[in-house]
Design a protein around this ligand. Structure first.
Ligand code: NAP
Length: 211
């Protein structure tokens, strides 16, 4: 499976970097091809290819838009026809402008809202609780890995994606169906609020302990 990361912001760069260290070919695409090429050059991995959004979607099996929720809604409407039969990987958390709350009420998630716009797509979500800086050091000195919850209503696709992600330096956990994002997206808000108070924002992540 090949991955295309859409967007060249904090998460776009972090994911493109991590994927390009661990897979043979990874695509990165943004609205401006010159800027995308610059970002790919900065990352400097031969496996990372800059492309237009159309080219990246066509070349990859898993598409990861790293856009804000409102922009992502526009994105899926625009590229819906190209996304058919692809695995769409949603990472958005619907933060408001001040990052102090979410724009969606309790009981509604960004993931569910995007999923209904893409009926012919294999829909997966993940990396919602992984702040961009964590990608540089996802494992603590004591060996504790940062957890990434992967969700989908399609059990087979979820298993395939979790298997595909294994080379990355995170612990991938089956987070359940897409509706669990009502909680998972709010976990990101909670992690932000706690780490702000405690003074270690944005170096914050979850590890679900047990067993
Ligand atoms: N930051 C985190 O730690 C984190 C963690 C988990 C999940 N997320 C989610 O990841 C998403 C991106 O977060 P971020 O921090 O990476 O944001 P960001 O740094 O602001 O990057 C967003 C990217 O979206 C693209 N973009 C901006 N305006 C756009 C528009 N009007 N239409 C289409 N594309 C537009 C831009 O890429 P181009 O110029 O290349 O098109 C921009 O770099 C959000 O939904 C957030 O909730 C973030």
């Amino acid at each position: 499976m090949r991955v295309a990361v859409i967007g060249t912001g904090r998460m776009g760069k972090a994911l493109a970097k991590t994927f390009s260290y661990n897979y043979k070919t990874v695509w990165i695409a943004g609205r401006n091809i010159e800027n995308t090429k610059r970002v790919a050059e900065e990352i400097g991995q031969p496996s990372l290819k800059a492309a237009t959004i159309e080219e990246a979607i066509a070349a990859a099996d898993i598409i990861i838009p790293t856009l804000w929720f409102t922009d992502e809604k526009t994105f899926v409407v625009k590229y819906q026809h190209l996304l058919k039969n692809k695995i769409y990987f949603n990472i958005s958390v619907p933060f408001n402008d001040t990052f102090e709350d979410l724009t969606l009420p309790y009981g509604v998630s960004a993931a569910e809202t995007i999923q209904v716009l893409l009926p012919e797509v294999k829909f997966v979500s993940g990396f919602k609780n992984t702040y961009w800086v964590i990608f540089d050091h996802p494992i603590q000195l004591n060996g504790l890995k940062s957890d990434v919850l992967i969700n989908s209503d399609d059990e087979l696709v979820k298993k395939q994606v979790i298997h595909f992600l294994q080379p990355l330096p995170f612990r991938f956990i089956d987070g359940g169906g897409i509706a669990e994002n009502r909680i998972i997206e709010r976990m990101t808000l909670l992690a932000r609020n706690i780490s702000k108070r405690e003074g270690f924002y944005p170096r914050v992540s979850y590890h679900i302990w047990g067993g």
